[in-house]
Unconditional design. Structure first.
Length: 92
């Protein structure tokens, strides 16, 4: 759950298998700040606008999911974001 009380650096995928599914927080810096998220083949619903609070995020890979809705404008406020992948979803 993106909104759980667990620290972001502890987020893990519920699926980690050899079938090309899984992901999670791929990298945090020395200050336990999330800098890379990769989640694929397991997400449904909309992209939470709260991801825009991850100010130091550099990579966000949410491709190959079943995400719907619009891309939150808050993602555009992450100034360090240099790589964004949202392909193969049902976003409008």
């Amino acid at each position: 759950n993106f909104l759980a009380a667990t620290h972001e650096c502890e987020w893990k995928s519920r699926i980690m298998d050899g079938a090309g599914r899984g992901g999670g927080i791929r990298r945090c810096d020395k200050n336990k700040t999330v800098v890379e998220i990769s989640l694929y083949n397991e997400l449904t619903g909309s992209i939470p606008s709260e991801l825009g609070r991850l100010w130091n995020l550099r990579t966000l890979y949410l491709g190959r999911n079943h995400l719907t809705g619009t891309i939150p404008t808050e993602l555009g406020m992450i100034r360090k974001l240099s790589s964004l992948s949202l392909q193969w979803n049902d976003l409008s």
